[in-house]
Design a protein around this ligand. Structure first.
Ligand code: XBP
Ligand code: MG
Length: 253
């Protein structure tokens, strides 16, 4: 059994969307609705503990005494406004691809590995982000895109990954997930997927004890892969590609 599919998370994995993308869009939405709230980089890092932009807003407003039903109504209006602003920020380049992702996608598609997405985020911008950052050919390689609007339960619940595998027609045991957060890794492992954790500035202090390999860099022209944890002791190429992910799947089986 080789490697049948790889399912990617989006925010913080495929692209660096949170710090200069979503956070800025949330703040501009607050401003546009005449609200005094502003999220600096550190506070936003803490708020990321709540997966899902609208849920994050609802929790934040509730903590500031905005009672129901006003809280849900305001969170929904803010989130709609934020999504439109975020789309514009994507087009302006505010959410760059993470280094090595393009090369990994090319390596996987060249080997005939199926690709999917499982994200907590809303559907309104995911497709545009993939095509804007990856180009139409690479974006088209993603046969299925599961978003927060397709599931009843968000990560760390495995529902998004289970739905992605079902849609791809692939078994968990023959597939690998790529994630940036502890909640995402927990979701992938709960779906019985082997999981590569690709840390970023906001998730570097997360507990990645469930991950099968943890890296800070995938490797590429800019330098070799930077491995943080390798619990199975697998051989990791200088660039994390098909061979490494296949070994990962085998070791996690
Ligand atoms: C991370 C999330 C998302 C984003 C905001 O998603 O929690 O909610 O922070 O996007 P991922 P929305 O699973 O891709 O890491 O406002 O569209 O929810
Ligand atoms: Mg993520």
């Amino acid at each position: 059994m080789g490697l049948d599919a790889v399912v990617f998370d989006v925010d913080g994995t495929i692209a660096d969307t949170e710090r200069h993308g979503h956070r800025v869009a949330f703040n501009l939405a607050f401003e546009r609705l005449g609200l005094p709230y502003r999220w600096d980089e550190d506070e936003y890092g803490r708020l990321l503990e709540t997966p899902g932009g609208e849920h994050r807003l609802r929790g934040y407003l509730a903590a500031r005494g905005v009672d129901e039903p006003d809280g849900s109504r305001l969170a929904a209006e803010l989130h709609r406004t934020k999504q439109a602003i975020f789309l514009d920020l994507i087009r302006r380049g505010a959410a760059p691809l993470r280094p090595g992702i393009e090369r990994l996608i090319d390596d996987l598609t060249a080997a005939g590995v199926k690709l999917g997405v499982a994200t907590t985020a809303g559907r309104s911008w995911v497709g545009e982000l993939l095509s804007t950052l990856l180009g139409s050919r690479r974006a088209a390689a993603f046969e299925v895109v599961i978003t927060g609007e397709d599931v009843a339960r968000r990560k760390p619940d495995p529902e998004a990954y289970l739905l992605a595998l079902e849609s791809l027609g692939c078994a968990a045991g023959a597939s690998v997930a790529v994630e940036d957060s502890a909640a995402g890794v927990a979701a992938a492992r709960a779906a019985c997927l082997a999981c590569l954790a690709f840390r970023n500035g906001y998730t570097a202090r997360h507990d990645f004890g469930l991950a099968d390999l943890v890296v800070d860099e995938l490797g590429g022209p800019g330098g070799p892969a930077v491995v943080v944890a390798n619990p199975h002791g697998i051989d990791v190429e200088s660039f994390v590609g098909v061979a490494t992910l296949t070994r990962l799947r085998e070791a996690a089986a």
